[in-house]
Design a protein around this ligand. Structure first.
Ligand code: MN
Length: 228
């Protein structure tokens, strides 16, 4: 059986390899660093993680220039550790979940904060604030079966540090996030999880240059361009 039209398969490069990692789903964790939860106006006590999703076609592999998106006056950066899964995992313990890791990347969860807050305040879904074109820049995936549990994570804008944290400060670690999410989905190959951002999120404008870094994963450079 063929399809009526061929569409590109969303995919992300893998460090040192020619073949791409095909993406099926992009999950994102909300408020996984206590200081960021506080700056968003919530209590960071250890309640269960919660999630939203981005469309796989919002990925921007390798970063580069992204247009300022429509319908917002408050575009924010959120630098995040991204974990890519390489094996099936369902109703797993954190120990079992660790074995499903394919590798990691640096991601930006770009957010139309005004639209997200408007939705949040009315109890509506976050899609317009979170899942939009060019909203998910990502570096190539670095293979490595061991979950990343610690390491500096930073984001600078025009050379000035705005976000500075450590992956060890995550309320829910990579194995815990995978295990928890696997209670709700049959996770596996093609699933990316953006694991949340440290505090210091702020607005950016056309002309700004963003650089995200995580120890061991290099850097992700993004330039905000004029609206398309
Ligand atoms: Mn985020």
């Amino acid at each position: 059986m063929s399809v009526l039209f061929e569409l590109p398969q969303p995919a992300v490069p893998v460090v040192g390899e020619d073949a791409l990692y095909p993406v099926r789903r992009v999950f994102c964790v909300g408020r996984n660093y206590a200081a960021h939860a506080r700056e968003m106006g919530s209590d960071p006590s250890r309640e269960p993680p919660f999630y939203f999703a981005k469309s796989p076609d919002s990925l921007v592999p390798g970063g580069g220039a992204i247009p300022y998106p429509p319908a917002t006056a408050n575009l924010h950066h959120e630098v995040e550790l991204v974990v890519a899964l390489g094996a099936a995992v369902f109703r797993a313990t954190p120990e079992q979940a660790s074995k499903a890791v394919f590798g990691h990347a640096i991601g930006l969860d770009m957010t139309r904060r005004d639209l997200q807050f408007a939705a949040r305040d009315k109890g509506r879904p976050w899609d317009l604030g979170k899942s939009f074109e060019f909203s998910a820049p990502i570096t190539p995936i670095r293979r490595g079966a061991a979950p990343i549990l610690a390491g500096a994570i930073t984001l600078e804008v025009n050379g000035e540090i705005r976000q500075r944290g450590d992956v060890a400060d995550m309320i829910w670690s990579v194995p815990e996030v995978i295990a928890h999410l696997s209670q709700y989905y049959h996770l596996g190959l093609g699933d990316l999880i953006y694991t949340g951002t440290p505090d210091g999120v702020s607005a950016v404008r056309p002309g700004d240059r963003l650089v995200g870094r995580i120890d061991g994963l290099g850097e992700l450079a993004v330039a905000i361009a004029e609206p398309a």
